[in-house]
Design a protein around this ligand. Structure first.
Ligand SMILES: C[S@@+](CC[C@H](N)C(=O)[O-])C[C@H]1O[C@@H](n2cnc3c(N)ncnc32)[C@H](O)[C@@H]1O
Length: 151
């Protein structure tokens, strides 16, 4: 699951990475984005791009602060969640609180842009007794945080 799909390039890379270990029938991608604009062309372009991969696909349009809580009960537990939508503290906090409900014991939750104040404040506040938190520094990208349940 990815919050913040943008042009779908990262989605395509995640799906291709999943194909290294799973068949296309076993891979399911859930994407949340504003997919702004009135004509619906953005979401359709992304859908087309991702459908070429042949995996199951669901895209949800709108503010994740609203859409995710509405949908969370209908979604399966996720193996990987990438939080990279709105970067304000309130949005990242909401995305994290909803994502928590979609974690199984092995789920990996990545926060992109840990070096931004919104994601950083949310990650720094995560309870270290319940969750293992690793900050990832990459030379070619912004910092990220990886959060897993402590089991
Ligand atoms: C940084 S881009 C995502 C980049 C993508 N994950 C990647 O790695 O290439 C952020 C995206 O989040 C979307 N976004 C911003 N605020 C959002 C919100 N409140 N709800 C849903 N999507 C949002 C924007 O439309 C934009 O496409």
């Amino acid at each position: 699951m990815e919050i913040g799909v943008a042009d779908g390039e990262n989605a395509r890379n995640m799906i291709r990475a999943a194909f290294r270990n799973f068949s296309p029938e076993e891979v399911e991608y859930f994407g949340f984005d504003l997919f702004g604009g009135n004509d619906g062309s953005w979401i359709e372009q992304v859908r087309q791009k991702l459908e070429e991969n042949g995996c199951k696909l669901k895209l949800f349009s709108g503010d994740s602060v609203k859409t995710l809580p509405e949908l969370v009960k209908t979604l399966p537990k996720m193996d990987l969640i990438f939080i990279d939508g709105g970067h304000s503290y309130a949005t990242v906090k909401s995305d994290w609180e909803n994502s928590r409900n979609l974690m199984h014991d092995e789920t990996a939750v990545f926060f992109h842009n840990y070096d931004f104040s919104g994601p950083k404040s949310v990650v720094d506040y995560i309870n270290r007794e319940q969750y293992a938190v690793e900050i990832i520094h990459t030379p070619s990208d912004c910092d990220a945080a990886l959060v897993k349940k402590k089991v």
